[in-house]
Design a protein around this ligand. Sequence first.
Ligand SMILES: [Zn+2]
Length: 295
Amino acid sequence: MQRNGKVKLPKGKKVAVNIGCDFDAQSIWDGSFNLTSPAYMARGEFGAEVAAPRLLKLFNQYGIKTTWCIPGHTVDTFTDICKEIVAQGHEVAHHGYVHENPTTKTYEEEDKVIQMGLESLAKIGVTPRGYRSPYWDFSPNTFEILEKHGFKYDSSLMGNDFHPYYPRPVEVNSDRANVFDQETSLLEIPVSWYLDDFPAAEYINGAQEGMNSVNDIYDRWVSIFDYACDNEEGACYTLTIHPQTSGRAHMVQMLEKLIQHMESRGAWFATLGEIYDNFEETKEDKTLISSTHKG
Ligand SMILES: [Zn+2]
């Protein structure tokens, strides 16, 4: 059974909310879509030069600390704004080097990508405690590589929706039951495609429609948050935004409205690192299982 738990919240708060800024800038177009024309580079440039400062201003206005998942390539290309993110007290997590897909890499290639990302982050004074896979996917080697490099938490998987948990590698069998291995030492702070701005809002010619109404996105994000408030004690809500997507005018206004709603209902805006630090594993479930078996 999955080992999961709750976030210990400050008094009066109802749900831990992390706003994760996946600061892909130009790296996503190159590393994930193989689109390197001036138009796509301009979109990444917009993210770094215009949108990231706009989001920082919004977070500053509301006194919110967030986690920026930054590929090494973004640090190397847009160093000043990355330094500014650190200077303003936001957390920085590892997010690959050039937004690579880890599932297609050998152990050595993937290990090298992690190393390159660490070296770039070190240039802005960051030793990350957390990792977010650029593809929200793992290779069979990812757990081992992250543990080897001393990461404490990951935020890329979806084995829970409101509660951090310890992920287990799974042996996949198609002719018999799958077999879970032992839990890794990493704490998983789960993400969700439904709490990600990119598929819903970002238009990519011929590849992704995006362009959903901001009202629809707002309604879904609020609905998930309200459910957590009303039904899940010690929940965490992990929102993923991309500066080049959510830093646009229509999106940033919606994000502000969302922050106001969350504030009014008792959100504790925290970094992923703070969620990690305040995680408490739930023990009761195991007792419940064993007594059920006895009965
Ligand atoms: Zn990303």
